[in-house]
Design a protein around this ligand. Structure first.
Ligand SMILES: Nc1ncnc2c1ncn2[C@@H]1O[C@H](COP(=O)(O)OP(=O)(O)O)[C@@H](O)[C@H]1O
Ligand SMILES: CC(C)(COP(=O)(O)O)[C@@H](O)C(=O)NCCC(=O)O
Length: 613
């Protein structure tokens, strides 16, 4: 297999991307049966449309490219792979050329960038912040929405390619990513072009992803596209068994096509939400999790993260009604409450709730945040060492092993990042365990009713702790060894022949079975034992799944982990210990918010199809 490399050279307003491209020049491509779909102005590279590829991407398995050497001749595999890469990189190259040509101020002039990722990030910023393309260029080119979207995709694609190329199975992985990348570009292209032509077949469109002469220059924000995906404001709501998570997308781009009503309602929402971090007695905005400059459904904005107990859902609906937050807006909801409260919400708020599947939203949300927040993921070093444990950022997408990450750049674990396949273990009220094999390719393979809800309920009964936060604090102070019976308590030492150290828990709560123990036990120790019991149980289920499916990385999410490093450290230790270091426990900073983000990110799908779960 040829190895993919992306040496990037940045000179004054000229960006050269070199990679494996079998036909970067028109003649070669034509000779191989491909036809240009969008010759670009001001640049040497045309966009190429690959009919074989498009057939593949529209078939039922379009989320995965199967490069199966046993069924496919080596040459055909390479050709297919090279075609994908070539096409993707042509588009990437085209996007870069297009923007660098148009960006006359040249944000990439300083010549100091040596990584594609940095170049693209700056170009993206240039587009988002200054909007110069829209007002000052004389090109009848694509809209800023188009360019931003393409750059966003190009950026994450380029990063993915850079990282994936280091892996042995790079061919398959990059094939998948290329497929997804091009699919999405095609989707953007058809959204863009649908307003100027009745043609829906992408192959027949002269004005594909970028470089078209036929885009109208007015209405660049593409009102039709916006209407398709729902009016502002955009809210994602995950109504869970214990907590409701609300994600609000605050647009920060110029929004020139927003209606007066959308602008007005946005102001009302911002006045209420943004100045405060707490709403009533139970609503909280997690300001530390706020994400700025996020591109979502073609708009740039800030994501705000808010939560409140689900048992406050009815008062919440009344609040939303009294403030008039969502009239004509778009609310996408997931979680069990999206079904349970659908009637109340729709009738009280005179709106239609777009419902999305909880687990699908969870995975979409994880992947969306992965692309937008390079510091999202971390793991623990020395998890149970009170003095020396350390959270280490696991760069799983953008910025992985960037030059700013010297500490980790030689660490293989970081270079791998979060790539398919991975296991997700969601610890909410209950627990779901999923295997994620690729984009849109996941399966819930296990679950367990002993989860975050169990922890808080038992702490409430046994330790009289009224809140989750109090229970977590108690557990952090306690010592489970005073409550749990250890291997050492039974053997007097380790049980070496089966690999059990003397401090391994042999029987949870096993030391407090007599009445006298009961009287002496401290609530902190009880809370800690509860936490360890639950974490070990969940860890064992997640690990079994990882072993069964031969997957190395296990990502733990859910609000049981919110402000609860003790639990995360125990989970980490359990993974290390029981897998003998072959599996890694990863944690995500937006712990319980992925479902809400995912259903918001799926705005296009849910608004169009009105998914019923
Ligand atoms: N403020 C809180 N109130 C109640 N439970 C909380 C709180 N913060 C974290 N938790 C923990 O998070 C769990 C709920 O997690 P979450 O991911 O929101 O799941 P769900 O969707 O089932 O509500 C609770 O069972 C509890 O263990
Ligand atoms: C039913 C649920 C998906 C609901 O999600 P949650 O509100 O707990 O986040 C989850 O609680 C669960 O998977 N429970 C475990 C069910 C079982 O497999 O035993």
């Amino acid at each position: 297999m040829q190895r993919l490399c992306l040496p990037i050279k940045v000179a004054r307003r000229s960006i050269v991307v070199r990679a494996i491209t079998t036909f970067r020049r028109n003649e070669n491509a034509v000779a191989r049966g491909y036809r240009p779909i969008a010759p670009l102005q001001h640049q040497s590279t045309a966009l190429w449309h690959s009919r074989p590829f498009n057939r593949m991407s529209s078939d039922a398995s379009n989320v995965r490219i199967k490069v199966d050497r046993s069924e496919t001749a080596e040459g055909a595999v390479s050709l297919q792979f090279e075609t994908l890469i070539s096409e993707a990189l042509s588009k990437l190259d085209a996007a870069i050329d297009l923007v660098s040509t148009q960006d006359s101020a040249g944000t990439s002039q300083d010549g100091s960038f040596d990584k594609l990722e940095h170049v693209l990030q700056d170009l993206l910023k240039a587009i988002q912040q200054r909007k110069r393309i829209e007002s000052k260029t004389d090109l009848d080119g694509p809209s800023d929405l188009n360019i931003s979207s393409i750059l966003h995709l190009a950026k994450s694609f380029a990063e993915d390619v850079t990282v994936s190329s280091k892996r042995q199975d790079a061919e398959t992985i990059i094939g998948c990513k290329a497929n997804r990348f091009i699919d999405t570009l095609d989707q953007i292209a058809s959204n863009q072009t649908s307003k100027t032509t009745d043609e829906t077949d992408i192959n027949s469109l002269p004005a594909a992803a970028i470089g078209s002469q036929s885009y109208p220059r007015k209405n660049r924000h593409n009102r039709e596209h916006r209407q398709q995906i729902g009016s502002l404001p955009w809210f994602g709501l995950d109504i869970g068994g214990t907590l409701t998570k609300l994600v609000y997308f605050e647009p920060t781009d110029n929004g020139e096509d927003d209606t007066e009503e959308e602008v007005h309602r946005g102001q009302i929402i911002r006045q209420y939400l943004i100045p405060s971090k707490a709403y009533g007695k139970t609503g909280v905005r997690d300001e530390d999790l706020q994400l700025d400059n996020v591109l979502m459904n073609g708009r740039t904005g800030t994501l705000h993260f808010i939560r409140f107990p689900t048992d406050r859902m009815i008062p919440f609906i009344q609040l939303v009604k009294s403030k008039g937050f969502v009239q004509n807006g778009t609310v996408c909801a997931t979680g069990g409450g999206a079904i349970k409260y659908a009637h109340d919400m729709e009738s009280e708020l005179s709106m239609q709730l777009h419902k999305a599947d909880e687990l699908q939203s969870l995975i979409s949300g994880i992947e969306f945040i992965a692309e937008n927040h390079p510091e999202e993921c971390y793991y623990y070093e020395n998890p149970l060492d009170d003095d020396n444990h350390r959270e280490v950022i696991w760069r799983w997408s953008s910025g992985r092993c960037s030059s700013t990450d010297d500490d980790y750049s030689h660490d293989d674990r970081n270079e791998n990042g979060l790539q398919y396949p991975y296991v997700v273990c969601n610890i909410g009220s209950g627990v779901s365990v999923l295997v994620v094999r690729g984009h849109n390719d996941f399966e819930r393979v296990s679950g367990c009713s002993i989860g975050g809800g169990t922890f808080q309920a038992l702490c409430s009964f046994l330790c009289h702790s009224d809140t989750f936060e109090e229970s977590v604090k108690l557990a952090a102070k306690g010592d489970n060894k005073n409550v749990d019976k250890l291997v050492g308590d039974i053997y007097g030492s380790a049980y070496d022949s089966i690999g059990l150290s003397s401090d391994t828990v042999a029987a949870s709560f096993g030391k407090i079975s007599s009445p006298k123990d009961r009287d002496n036990v401290k609530v902190e120790d009880l809370a800690r034992s509860m936490l360890v019991t639950i974490a070990n149980n969940i860890g064992s289920i997640a690990l079994d799944v990882a072993k069964l499916h031969d997957i190395e990385r296990i990502v733990f999410v859910g609000n049981f982990l919110r402000g609860n490093p003790t639990a995360a450290r125990h989970l980490s230790n359990a993974m290390n210990f029981w897998s003998k270091g072959t599996k890694t426990a990863l944690f995500l900073k937006h712990e319980g918010y992925f479902g809400a983000v995912g259903c918001l990110d799926k705005l296009v799908d849910v608004a169009n199809t009105d998914t019923n779960v």
